[in-house]
Ligand binder design. Structure first.
Ligand code: FPP
Ligand code: MG
Ligand code: MG
Length: 327
C-alpha cells in the first residue's frame, strides 16, 4: 500500500485510495507549465516512486471529519510538493547523487536546475495554499521557517556550550517533524474535525515526524543502497552528526577512533567506509533504535485520545512502519 502501510479496513482503504488518486492528479496538474523543461524536471521526483508518507498522513488525519473535501486534497498535495521541493534543495546541499533509487536532479542536470525546480514547486504549492485561506498560508509560512532554520542549524553545527543530543532533536523536529505535524493538522482541520482531535493529530505528526527522521538517520548507516535508494554514509560525508554517531562517539570501543576520523572532513571512500564500519559495530545503532521506540510509544499514547475508528488503527500501523522501515 501507499506510505509503506497496508490498511486492513476495506472502507478506509478505499477512501484513502480514492483520496490519493485525487492527490496524484493534482500533483501532476500543478507542475504543468508552458515551459516544458520545468514540467519535466519537476516530474523527475514527482514520479520517482516516493512513499507519499506525508499526504497519506493528511488523508488519515482527515478521517476524523469529512476526508473528501477539496481542501483536504489540496492540503495533502501541498505538503507533498513542499516536501519534494526541499528534497531538490537538500540533494544539492548534501551533494547527493541518488534519490528514491534514481539519479538525483542535481546529478542528472546540475545544481542550478535542481535549485530552480525546487523553487518552481514552491511557486506552484503557494498558488494552491492561497485557496486554503490566510490561516493556512500563515501556518505554512511558519513551517517553511522551521524547515529552513533546521537546515541552517544542521549546516552550522552545534555550539560548544550546547548539548549535542538536544541540538540534534531540535534540528530534526524543525527539518522533518514540523512539516509532518502540519500534514496532520491540515488533514484534520480541512476535514472539519474537532479542535481537540486536530491538536492531537498535530502532536502525533510532530512525534511521528521526529521518529521518521531518526529512522532516516539509521537508514543512512544501516540500509544498503539497493534497499534505501540512497547512498549510505551521506550524513558522514556531509559532517552531519546524527544520533547513532552521537551515541557511538561515547561508546568505549569505537569512540576514540571515530573522534580521530571526524577530526577533519571525511572525504576519501576508505575513511567513510571505516567510519561506517565503526558505527555499525558500535552500540550507537541499538541505542538509537531504543530512542526511536520511545518516540513510537509516545505517538501511541497520543493516539489513545482519538476515537476508536479504523483510521486510528491505520495510524498505529503507520507508527509501526516508521519504526521498522528500511527505505
Ligand atoms: C532531508 O534530510 C532534508 C529535509 C527533511 C529538510 C530539507 C530542508 C531544506 C532543504 C530547507 C528548506 C528549503 C526550502 C526552499 C524551504 P536528509 O538530508 O537527512 O534526508 P535524506 O536522507 O532523504 O537526504
Ligand atoms: Mg540529504
Ligand atoms: Mg540533508
Amino acid at each position: 500500500g501507499s506510505g509503506g502501510i497496508a490498511i486492513a479496513d476495506e472502507a478506509l482503504a478505499d477512501s484513502v485510495r480514492r483520496g490519493m488518486a485525487r492527490v496524484e492528479r493534482l500533483l501532476h496538474d500543478s507542475v504543468q507549465s508552458e515551459f516544458k523543461f520545468a514540467t519535466r524536471t519537476s516530474l523527475h521526483l514527482v514520479e520517482a516512486g516516493g512513499k507519499r508518507f506525508r499526504p497519506l498522513f493528511t488523508l488519515l488525519a482527515a478521517q476524523f471529519g469529512d476526508p473528501t473535501t477539496d481542501e483536504v486534497i489540496k492540503s495533502a498535495a501541498v505538503v507533498e510538493m513542499i516536501h519534494l521541493a526541499t528534497l531538490y534543495h537538500d540533494d544539492v546541499m548534501d551533494e547527493a547523487t541518488m534519490r528514491r533509487g534514481a539519479t538525483s536532479a542535481n546529478a542528472r542536470w546540475d545544481n542550478s536546475v535542481a535549485i530552480l525546480t525546487g523553487d518552481f514547486l514552491f511557486a506552484q504549492a503557494s498558488r494552491l495554499i492561497a485557496d486554503l485561506g490566510a490561516a493556512a498560508v500563515r501556518r505554512m509560512a511558519s513551517t517553511f521557517e522551521a524547515l529552513v532554520t533546521g537546515q541552517m542549524r544542521e549546516t552550522v553545527g552545534v555550539a560548544a556550550d550546547e548539548d549535542a543530543v538536544e541540538f540534534y532533536l531540535k534540528v530534526i523536529y524543525e527539518k522533518t517533524g514540523s512539516l509532518i505535524a502540519t500534514a496532520g493538522r491540515f488533514g484534520a482541520w480541512f476535514s472539519g474535525a474537532d479542535e481537540a482531535h486536530t491538536e492531537a493529530l498535530e502532536r502525533i505528526g510532530r512525534i511521528l515526524g521526529t521518529a521518521f527522521q531518526i529512522s532516516d538517520d539509521i537508514i543512512d548507516i544501516a540500509s544498503p543502497a539497493k534497499e534505501s535508494g540512497k547512498t549510505p554514509g551521506t550524513d558522514l560525508r556531509e559532517g552531519v552528526r546524527t544520533l547513532p554517531m552521537l551515541y557511538a562517539l561515547t561508546d568505549a570501543d569505537t569512540g576514540t577512533r571515530l573522534r580521530e576520523l571526524l577530526d577533519r572532513p571525511l572525504t576519501s571512500d576508505p575513511e567513510v567506509d571505516e567510519a561506517l564500519g565503526l558505527l555499525r559495530a558500535s552500540n550507537g545503532l541499538a541505542r538509537t533504535r531504543a530512542t526511536l521506540d520511545e518516540y513510537a510509544d509516545n505517538a501511541r499514547k497520543e493516539l489513545a485520545s482519538l476515537p476508536d475508528v479504523a483510521a486510528r488503527e491505520a495510524l498505529s500501523t503507520l507508527v509501526d512502519y516508521v519504526v521498522a522501515r528500511t527505505r
